[in-house]
Design a protein around this ligand. Sequence first.
Ligand code: ZN
Length: 473
Amino acid sequence: MGMSRKRTYSRGLTRREMLKYGLYGGLAAGLPGSLWLGGCGKKQADIRPTNIILISIDTLRADHLGCYGYQRPTSPTLDKLASQGLLFEDVTATSPWTLPSHGSMLTGLYPNRHGLKSLDKYLPTDVVTLADVLKEHDFSTATVVNSIYLSRKWGLDRGFDDFTYVEEIPDLWMPSEVEHHTVKWLSKNSSQPFFLFLHYYDVHSDYSSTLRYEKQFVRPYKGVADGTTVQLSLFRKNLVSLNQVDAEHLIDLYDASIRQLDDGIARLLKLLETRGLLDNSLIIVTSDHGEEFLDHGGVLHSQTQYQELIHIPLIMRGPGLGQPKRLSNIISLVDVMPTVLSLLGIAIPYSMDGIDLCRLWEKSDTQLGRRYIFAEGSKESVVPQEYDVKHDIKRAVRHPRYKLHYNKLTKEKRLFDLQNDPKEKIDIVSKHTPLVDSMFAQLKSFMGISKAGSSLPPLTPEEINKLKSLGYL
Ligand SMILES: [Zn+2]
């Protein structure tokens, strides 16, 4: 395909970490191929993708898409994309809020290893991003992002040659400017292999779309819910009350915005097809977290680790993926980066938390060698302590069938059987003590590995106001 894959890449770990993982001083040669060399791409150089397009739809619950079983027509484009490629049924975000989750998507590391867990931390300079690696391998790298958390401040812009931050506008009804900037970039830059990371804020609150979509999804309603972040934040403070009927209305507004965005993705795919870029590109669609509509009594996201907040979609279409398939393994957002590198035949640069998923379709290795995945960083870790928010950090550990929630402040544990109780309504923690002990031991040992991000100066008053206006403080 005319591009070099020349450099062996080994930064991203401190010397101590490299020694620990056996990566220092030429020991890499002794590592299993799945860790050091990309599996799929190495074997099948002829079907490597030329370009990578990673699309993150902020705040998109998996269960509101047709291809994940939703009954309303929110997602014909994504459904079709999934039917032509791979759909991962059981994908867990690493965190219920934007910054840590995107950190994981773009580094292959859990938040406790990439360090982006609160607003006073910057991505450590020795952490390597997907864009860093692809740039080293001669891809042109570009991103259009639509959230302050992905702006330059916290470091997730690292590795991108072209960086565009489209400021999020909470009450925007029209499709966001992300589409406009993407079309513009593609018109000038698609002649050499590229990595394009697109982030859409369109389905995030305020839940809004144009009349055409509201007509299709929003049923008659006479209540007070207006779908604004401001009102939902007041609900959280017990200053507004919302009931199940109101939640249904919020869902209608949310669904309408999903369909509006899905039609935007259709326009993007059409453009790629017209320019001859569709079939040689790996297209990945995912999200950073979901959204709650009173499922467990709350709204918005970031405060719990229930499925409505951490079960996210993951769809891939493109060369090297084998036959279209649905895969039911437990998958984490940290798996995206090692899988992309593997598909490109690029060495995975350091020990990631993520797993190269290629073996699922290459070798039908249905177990992945993984028993647990983790989610961490709930809302109270969003802000530094000086902003007077109590630290009530909730974490979760997933086993293929069970999920254990742990509240660090109250020490409370809850266990749910996702097979028989997918909506997590019946806490069975008292009935399964040995299982709980074993899962908790896993969580404790996982949390024992910790890396703080580099420190940032305190937020400016302007930044605090902006975060407040978006409902984050
Ligand atoms: Zn988000």
